[in-house]
Design a protein around this ligand. Structure first.
Ligand code: APR
Length: 230
């Protein structure tokens, strides 16, 4: 039986109404990522950064999983232990679709982190710079998000699981941001079969053995059905 490693990006949540980053009208065409998604930006203006993530958290809570999220949850349930789902996304739509395990390598909108003591807790809908940490009481609260220039979470575990995969799939990601963008090279170097599932062929399409193109809510259920029937 295949050991499937799946990496998802913003494209899988696009049809749930959560904008992507680099498409037309994407978040990074409307916000300066240096100001809202870097440790330096947070030090310079924590209120601005909290407002940005409060807005995204509100949108996330108002959104619902789509057929692509549901199909992956179905695959995980029908292949217990045979699927690793890693997401670059910070929304909780995979979990709300019923995915039993999701590795959030870039953090989670619904999480808060104390930059002073490292304590984590469930984020309130609205966060503010002077929110006290429930553990150390200091006002060093930040969204539990991995910003540009920071190291993604659970990388050792992610690479270990990738090394054991027999099939590697990327869904709804432009492949612009490392280290996630480098996983396909890692997989190809290990002779693991690779597939890109995206709205349209990405800039790194030639690195993949196969491509499946179209809206994720259509392509992913089809791809999953094929795997479950194989
Ligand atoms: N179905 C499938 N793919 C889609 C859809 C859709 N409905 N809509 C858009 N896409 C594709 C786009 O064609 C694009 O290739 O999703 C991709 C989204 O790319 P990005 O906006 O760059 O998002 P992502 O790759 O997840 O970004 C990676 O960058 O900004 C940082 O930390 C942030 O996790 C993020 C990382």
């Amino acid at each position: 039986m295949d050991s499937i490693f799946i990496l998802t990006g913003a494209g899988i949540s696009a049809e749930s109404g959560l904008g992507t980053f680099r498409d037309k009208d994407g978040l990074w065409t409307r916000y300066d990522l240096r100001r809202v998604a870097t440790p330096e930006g947070f030090r310079a203006d924590p209120a601005l950064v909290h407002d940005f993530y409060n807005m995204r958290r509100r949108n996330c809570l108002e959104a619902a999983p789509n057929a692509a999220h549901e199909a992956l949850a179905r695959l995980q349930r029908q292949r217990p232990g045979g699927v690793t789902l890693v997401t670059q996304n910070v929304d909780d739509l995979h979990e709300r679709a019923g995915s039993p395990e999701v590795i959030h390598m870039h953090g989670e909108l619904l999480g808060a982190l104390c930059a002073a003591c490292g304590h984590r807790w469930r984020a309130p809908e609205r966060m503010a710079p002077d929110d006290p940490c429930p553990a150390c009481a200091r006002s060093a609260t930040r969204p539990d998000i991995v910003w540009f220039g920071e190291i993604p979470y659970r990388m050792d575990e992610i690479l270990e699981r990738l090394s054991r995969a027999t099939l590697f799939a990327v869904i709804g990601s432009s492949g612009e941001v490392y280290p996630a963008a480098g996983f396909v090279e890692e997989a190809a170097a290990r002779g693991i079969a690779t597939i890109e599932i995206n709205l349209e062929p990405g800039s790194r399409k030639d690195l993949f053995d196969r491509g499946l193109y179209g809206p994720a809510s259509e392509t992913v259920p089809r791809w999953v059905e094929g795997l479950l029937q194989a």
